[in-house]
Design a protein around this ligand. Structure first.
Ligand code: BG6
Length: 510
């Protein structure tokens, strides 16, 4: 029998040398995430030797000015701090290429520049194109890469593309983008990024489930009552985000991608192997099995959308969603959403998956809680006042990454009193080191040609199908399900409590 175990997953050697070209190099993502991630990989000795980074953007800048701006931000955001000596070496690998995204000539000049880098370095021409620009330029960039011949790798080399979110704004636009991407790069060379998949704890979901024999026998509707996935954020629309956010909303911004990805990792069947397609085949089946909320009545019954009104966060007063900078005062966009999802498979029949996401909630935290059925109402559970809450397994995605299991225990003493206790595992204390940033892992994986933690074409499209039905009901001419309200700094609208109360459940307090 062939061994499905891949040695490269265990101790991976450094990927081959390559050039990373970042489109949208003057943007926030490049400054706050991508360059600091590459810098931290360099510190950890994980970056391929001789890697070159070329920032492609419209503004006129010299390499020096570009590097200076990157350095200033790196000082503030780098995970392992900033060291001038290491930075000085690192920045020598970074260059700037000025061009309009629509200007084919700029791509031809880029091709010459990349060839010159390869000649100088004696490398064979591996190229990683990272599209981190505003989404309206995705099509132009892909088309121009093709027209300049940059999508074709030299013999023995590779050319890959990473596409940032948003991957479309609905099914039709995602299908169109997929067509444009796959017209330029083969699917195996296409990396659709979802940074939640690069988070250490998200990666650990599969390990927890499939490397420990005790969970899998219980991981089904016979023992599990309900599962909750919560992503709460205390931030609102700071830094001019309102303009983008008001066109997207919580559902498109986070549920379609990050939260449905987490749901699929929790609900998937064991894959036959750990190859990228082995894992993604199972994940897509989950998304395909989601019961569709495809009428206004079903949406009203199973989904709650809301906006925050003025309130307080960490003692400071904040405005309501419709008063935020760059948000339409009459906005019909949700900054909070709670969805009751049903995964119609044999394993999950009848188990609700409650997914919620909100801005301006009391704190920043993402977690998955698996609520097991309670023990029978005999013996200890028959004692008056005993809690009928079952065991809860909590996977903390962030912050304080870790896992805890809630159990009932006897309080020490002569009388019989029961109390819930927690068995708690924290990454930071158990392993004595922090987790790398998601972008570090994902950049390295794409250089190594491992697409396991990237979304495949069918996953993205299936997720949009589910979300589109809900969006259509929300924006229909008539019978629109209502928009609820909650005070900023509270845990969301009453209606979201009612959503669970109908099933006899309550949200776990984070
Ligand atoms: C982004 C969303 O994809 O993820 C943001 O556009 C959100 O609205 C962010 O705040 C959350 O990411 P993280 O890693 O901070 O949880």
């Amino acid at each position: 029998m062939s061994n499905p175990f891949r040695e490269d997953l265990v101790s991976r050697s450094r990927p081959e040398s390559c050039t990373v070209v970042i489109f949208g190099a003057t943007g926030d993502l490049t400054h706050r995430k991508l360059i600091p991630a590459l810098y931290n990989l360099a510190i950890d000795g994980e970056l391929p030797s001789n890697v070159k980074i070329v920032g492609f953007a419209r503004r006129d800048k010299s390499d020096e000015v570009f590097r200076e701006g990157l350095k200033e931000l790196n000082k503030d955001v780098s995970r392992s701090g900033h060291n001038d000596e290491i930075w000085n070496d690192f920045e020598q690998t970074v260059h700037y290429h000025q061009s309009e995204f629509q200007d084919l000539d700029g791509y031809k000049r880029l091709a010459d520049r990349l060839d010159a880098i390869d000649t100088e370095r004696g490398s064979k021409g591996n190229r990683l194109f990272y599209i981190a620009s505003a989404p309206e330029f995705f099509d132009d960039i892909l088309q121009n890469l093709k027209d300049a011949g940059l999508n074709n790798a030299a013999k023995g080399a590779w050319a890959r593309v990473i596409v940032e979110k948003p991957f479309g704004t609905d099914l039709a636009t995602a299908q169109h983008l997929n067509q444009v991407v796959n017209n330029t790069f083969e699917e195996k060379d296409t990396y659709r990024i979802d940074h939640y998949l690069g988070k250490e704890t998200a990666q650990n979901i599969m390990v927890l489930r499939f490397a420990n024999a005790i969970f899998e026998p219980l991981w089904n509707s016979r023992y599990i009552e309900q599962i909750q996935i919560t992503c709460s954020e205390h931030l609102g629309m700071e830094g001019g985000r309102g303009g983008y956010y008001d066109t997207a909303g919580a559902m498109r911004d986070m549920v379609q991608n990050h939260l449905l990805q987490l749901l699929s990792l929790v609900a998937m069947e064991p894959p036959t192997d750990l190859s990228a397609d082995g894992v993604r085949d199972e994940k897509v089946k989950v998304i395909r099995s989601l019961r569709q909320w495809d009428t206004p009545e079903l949406v009203a019954e199973n989904v709650v959308r809301a906006q925050y009104t003025a309130g307080h966060i960490h003692g400071k007063s904040v405005v309501g969603y419709c008063e935020e900078d760059r948000v339409d005062p009459e906005s019909n966009t949700e900054a909070y959403v709670a969805v009751r999802c049903m995964v119609d498979t044999w394993r999950w029949s009848g188990v609700p998956f409650y997914v919620r996401m909100g801005k301006r909630l009391p704190k920043k935290a993402t977690e998955i809680s698996v609520h097991f059925k309670s023990a029978p109402n005999v013996l200890f559970n028959a004692i008056p006042g005993a809690s009928d809450e079952g065991n809860v397994l909590v996977i903390r995605i962030q912050p304080d990454e870790g896992i805890s299991l809630r159990m009932v225990s006897k309080l020490p003493g002569t009388s019989l009193r029961l109390e819930p206790v927690k068995m708690d595992f924290h990454y930071s204390t158990s392993f004595g080191k922090g987790s790398p940033e998601a972008y570090e892992r994902l950049l390295l994986d794409s250089m190594a040609g491992d697409a396991t933690l990237f979304a495949r074409r069918d996953e993205v499209e299936e997720a949009w199908k589910f979300v589109d039905h809900i969006e259509q009901a929300w924006h229909a001419e008539e019978n629109q399900p209502p928009m609820a309200e909650f005070t900023a700094g509270s845990w969301g609208p009453e209606e979201a409590e009612d959503l669970l109360a109908k099933d006899g459940n309550t949200w776990r307090r984070l």
